[in-house]
Structure formats: C-alpha cells, structure tokens
Design a protein. Structure first.
Lengths: 351, 198
C-alpha cells in the first residue's frame, strides 16, 4: 500500500473548544478506541492550569468535554500522559509538581503529587509496563520514579547530565530505555545495565553525530521501536535508528545512529512530531500547519521520507502537539494549539 | 522608588536563577577589579547597571489619525513601532526610544507571511535587563497584534556579550510563557509597558 499514490487529505472532524488559554499537549487514552467498543478518550492540557478530558459519544459521534481537572495545579499544565493501563493520568506542570489522577467513573481525583523538581516540569512519560514514570524540568534534570503498590511513588534516580532545560522525556515503546531532549540541542539516552534501577547516560546525540543545531522539542518512536523521529527549533526532523533485535537479545547497549534529516519543509520551529502505527509521521509547527511524511521506500541505503501532505492554517496559531490515536486503522489525529483549540482530524482519500 | 525596589528584587530573582539562566555568572578576575574601580568612582550610582545612559530628546511625532488596531491589507512597520517606542526602560525613567534601544529601523515586517522582526540595542554590552526588555516587547505586541502574527525578537548583532544566549531565550516561547507566570516579573513588565498610563 503506497500512501503517496493515494490522493489523501486531512479532514477536520471536530474543533474542541473550552480551554481559556493556549493548549500545550494532548494524549489519547491507550485503552479506549472504537475497536474495543469503548469510546475514544482524549486528554488536553493548557495554560489555563487545567486538563480537559474529551470523549466521543458512540451515538452522536461528536466529542464533548467529560471533565475538567482543575484546582490542583497552580500554573500551566504543560503535558500529560496516560498510564499503559489507561487508569491513571500523569500531569506535568510549571508549578513544579507532577499530578497523578485516577479515573473514578465520571470523575477524576488527584491521588498523588510528585514534588522535587526545582522549577517548571515540562514532560512526563510512563514506561511500557507502567512500572516507571519519568519527568523532566527546566532545572536540567530528569527524574525516574518507581511506581509501587498502594499508590506509592519512589524517586529511583535524579539524572543531571543535560546542561540546559529538558523539554521532553519519552520511554522506549518496548524496553526500559529512557530518552530525553533538551534546550542544549541534544538527545540523551538513559539505560540501566542490570535492570536494577541504576540509570546512566549511555549516549548523547548531538551535533557531532549529525544531531540538531538548536533546541530539540520532541521525540517519537515507531511501533516496532527500531526508529525514532526528533524535531527541533532548527526546523528539521531527524530520523534515527538502532538494531533493536540485538538490543533486545543482548546484555549490552546498542547505539542509535542518524538515518536521515528532513530539512527545507518547515520554516518555523517544529514543536511536535508523532509516528503513527502505520508509519506516517505527523509534525506540528510554529507556522500553524500540520505536515504528514511517509517513507518513500525507494532509497537503497536507508529510509528517505517524502511529504505526504501539508495542512496550511490547521490552527489560527502555532501547533504545539500532534498525536495519532492508538486505534488500528482509524487514522485519527489530534492537535493542540496556541489558539486555545484542540482539533480532531482524519486522514481520508479525496472524493 | 517602588520601581527601583522592584528592580532590586528582580536582580535577586535573576541571580537565584528563578526563571531565566543568569547571563553572565562567570566573571573573570580582571573584569571584577575593573568593576570595583568604576563603582568607587560613581558613588551615587545606587548599583544601576548603566548609571549614565545617553538620553535622546523625545522625538517629534507626526500627527497620525487614530490608527485601527490593525489593517486588513498588511501591517506598516511604523505602526508596530508606535506600539513599542514608548515602552519604558526597566531601569531608567525614559522610553526605549529615548535611550536608543529602539528606533524606526528596529522593526521589519514580512507582509506575505505576517512575520515581524524586532532588533533592539541594549544600552551596554553586559546589560542583564536585555531579556526583560525583550519580554516587554513580546508582552506589548501580544496585546496589540492579531493572533496569527509571528514575532521574532533579537538583539542587534554585536550589541550584547551574550547575544546568542539572549536571542535563544527570547525566542523560546515556553521559556517566555513560564517567565511571564512569575508575578514579580509580570509586574515589572506591566509597569514598563503601561507606564504612559500611570
């Protein structure tokens, strides 16, 4: 199935209004999707200090705001992440704390608050099994928290090797390897050799490894976990790869290498990139547009990507986050913007 | 007096790295001696970064008919300049224009892409108020311009010792947003941009 040959477009399904300030991030609940017969659920977080939970009605097919998580964070909520079981939502805030919320039917309750960072928390990520949580901050550190029974969270590591503000943390989709990207223009890889919770920085992807020349804003992995895409203020997307089979079987760390750079497609900062389960890379940038890229499959020595489509004026202002839904085959994309909106899109064939 | 007090609080905030990275923490011994000598000379400076700024007389203004908030057919750089020229300097009771931090040439507009570039010139090479001036420019323009305009703010090339560092901070919107949530900083910025209304 060659996507480039199909005449595809990005169709706006719905605009979700409600936030009273810019929306920074969105996250799809991994468990609910049409395929399971459960309505898809989306969380969005904003400069208005709240998180909104949106659900699609199975009858009317329209999205409504189910709950507003408020009166907990006292400053901007910068990002949020669902636990793999879909039961918990972690929220990272400029107030220096990370909130853990539990879904009790129609309501959410903040069951824990993780403190420790010296200033704004920028990102939070759960590992594949839900046993670890990672957070990062402008204080240049990455914290790893162990998720224990009885709603206990213990700080397992404070990793301070970035030299500047850390923008995002992301666990590998299948292994307990943590990735972080920063204002210091690098991506760092954190690994625990004996799986004993002693994490250390095993690789730094910087300019010398064909890395970015400015702030790296986001990281996203493909479904198999052998490739990742990173986006930056230097207006490029970079694709990296590793020998995942070797990594999964062996005891030693297998380094990531640069595979290709997509430049010339963006003329403003790229704030977000997300890799779908069927290999489409979406990007959200400071020029209010959303772009989709696919592997052209016609390069012999490594992947080469083509622009599948560009949605101009996707929002009235910067696109801060793009996230593909988890469901198989539905090709739904959610986007968050400085214009205060969340939008749901669908990739469809042109009529 | 309250302005001075706010500036002093702000210096403490800057030094404690509460928001932006302090710009020039590593001071070489030679520079320290020079500063101590200068400080002894100017006993009445009250610790201001630039105690004797060069002040221009207020420029004569062309009488303009009341401008619209924005025009549909594009934005005139001089309109943008009108919004920012009277912003007050964080340290001195003068406008950015009077201190030659801004001039008409500071503003360039790309009409096709709706992008605005502002280059400002801090009064001294080691001005730690540079980031605050940048924030004032952003805050003021955010109010005056339609949503979709993109604004880039830079220090004039060669005008600041930490040019790249200042530019990077001023154009990282997440850092700017976090800084503006700091109430002390927000207050100082508001005093600078609303000074003509006080």
């Amino acid at each position: 199935m060659d996507l480039m040959e199909k005449n595809l477009e990005l169709v706006e399904i719905q605009k979700l209004e409600g936030h009273t300030d810019r929306v920074w991030s969105v996250a799809w609940n991994p468990v609910s999707s049409h395929a399971d017969g459960v309505s898809p659920v989306l969380a969005s977080c904003s400069g208005d200090n709240t998180v909104r939970i949106w659900e699609q009605s199975s009858l009317s097919r329209s999205w409504t705001c189910k709950t507003v998580l408020e009166e907990t964070h006292t400053r901007t909520v910068r990002s949020c992440a669902w636990s793999p079981s879909g039961e918990l939502l972690a929220t990272a805030s400029f107030d220096g704390t990370t909130g853990i919320w539990k879904n009790y039917g129609s309501d959410f309750e903040c069951i824990a608050t993780l403190e420790g960072h010296e200033n704004e928390v920028k990102s939070v990520s759960w590992n594949a099994s839900g046993s670890y949580l990672a957070t990062c901050s402008r204080d240049k550190s990455v914290w790893i928290w162990e998720v224990l029974e009885g709603n206990e969270y213990e700080c397992a590591a404070v990793l301070s090797e970035h030299t500047q503000d850390v923008k995002m943390v992301q666990w590998h989709p299948t292994m307990d390897v943590l990735f972080s990207c920063s204002y210091d223009d690098t991506i760092k890889v954190w690994w625990s050799q004996d799986d004993d919770g002693e994490f250390e920085c095993v690789q730094t992807l910087g300019e010398s490894n064909n890395g970015h020349s400015s702030t790296v804003w986001a990281i996203s992995f493909n479904a198999t976990g052998d490739k990742m895409v990173t986006c930056s203020d230097d207006r490029t997307l970079k694709i990296w790869g590793t020998d995942i089979a070797r990594m999964q079987s062996g005891e030693e760390y297998v380094p990531w290498t640069h595979l290709c750079t997509l430049s010339g497609y963006h003329d403003r900062t790229i704030y977000s990139a997300h890799w779908s389960r069927d290999d489409i890379i979406a990007s959200g940038a400071g020029d209010d547009a959303i772009r989709l890229f696919v592997d052209s499959h016609d390069s012999v020595d490594g992947p080469s990507y083509n622009l599948l489509l560009k949605k101009n004026k996707a929002h009235d202002n910067d696109v801060n986050c793009v996230q593909w839904s988890r469901g198989e085959g539905d090709r739904l994309l959610a986007s968050a913007s400085d214009d205060g909106m969340v939008k749901i899109w669908q990739v469809a064939t042109k009529p | 007096m309250s302005m001075l007090y706010t500036v002093m609080i702000l210096k403490k905030v800057l030094e404690s790295e509460l928001w932006f990275t302090v710009l020039h923490r590593k001071i070489k011994p030679l520079a320290v001696e020079a500063r101590l000598r200068n400080r002894e000379k100017k006993k009445m400076t009250l610790g201001l970064i630039n105690a004797n700024p060069v002040v221009q007389a207020k420029k004569e203004r062309l009488v303009r008919t009341q401008p619209d908030q924005y025009r549909d057919d594009g934005v005139d750089p001089l309109d943008i300049y009108e919004y920012v020229r009277d912003i007050r300097d964080p340290e001195h009771p003068y406008t950015l224009e009077q201190l030659s931090v801004l001039s008409e040439e500071s503003v360039t507009v790309d009409d096709q892409l709706d992008r605005i570039l502002i280059k400002f010139t801090p009064t001294v090479q080691h001005c730690s108020m540079a980031t605050i001036i940048g924030l004032c420019l952003r805050a003021k323009l955010k109010e005056c311009l339609p949503l979709h305009y993109k604004v880039d703010i830079l220090v004039s090339p060669g005008s600041h010792a930490d040019e790249d560092s200042v530019n990077k901070q001023l154009n990282d919107k997440e850092r700017v947003a976090a800084a503006m949530e700091n109430p002390n900083l927000r207050q100082l910025v508001d005093e600078c941009i609303y000074s003509d209304e006080i």
